[in-house]
Design a protein around this ligand. Structure first.
Ligand code: HEC
Length: 149
């Protein structure tokens, strides 16, 4: 092998090793993302559907609250917070049905914060209303980070 060919092969090898290393880090990154280590609630298929339907209603309620606030309709926004997200008997029994005390506590605190949100909105101050909405949404985020179906 002359010097030039030898140097060429060496460079090629270094390139391959680097590419393999990159590939490995890339795969590991993907594997890490693929592992969902949140606590499972072990729901039955029927409970899963029921929960997701409920969740979509929560999202629609948040949308409604923001839309009403955007139009200055404080009392309508307040009603939605109480009626759709607040602690009703239905919500309490739903949150209690998963066989987990910590999940129940998180759910109950979420619904209580929504009633607090309704009370704050009722007073008609936009900045306070948005701060309270942010607080209620932090329960959505916290629960999703901790639990999966
Ligand atoms: C006490 C727990 C808890 C709270 C609070 C909570 N969620 Fe969820 N939510 C869940 C779980 C569990 C799932 C299923 C997630 C999974 O398996 O990946 C879910 C799923 C969802 C979904 C997916 C629905 C679908 O059809 O795929 C939406 C949207 C959602 N939540 C919105 C919200 C919003 C908006 C709030 C707050 C206003 C909220 N959730 C509060 C537990 C919660």
């Amino acid at each position: 092998m002359n010097k030039i060919t030898w140097l060429g092969s060496l460079l090629l090898m270094v390139g391959c090793v680097q590419a393999a290393d990159l590939e490995k880090t890339h795969t590991m990154h993907h594997l890490h993302n693929a592992i969902d280590d949140r606590t499972s609630l072990n729901l039955t298929p029927a409970m899963k559907q029921h929960q997701l339907k409920n969740m979509r209603a929560h999202l629609a309620a948040v949308q409604d609250i923001i839309t009403q606030l955007g139009s200055g309709n404080f009392s309508q926004a307040s009603n939605t917070a109480h009626e759709k997200l607040g602690l009703t008997i239905e919500m309490e029994s739903m949150c209690s049905s998963f066989g987990s005390d910590t999940f129940k506590e998180l759910g109950m605190n979420f619904h209580k914060s929504a009633d607090e949100l309704g009370a704050v909105i009722e007073r008609g101050n936009m900045q306070d209303s948005l701060a309270a909405l942010g607080k209620t949404l932090s329960y959505c985020v916290a629960c999703h980070a901790q639990y999966k179906q």
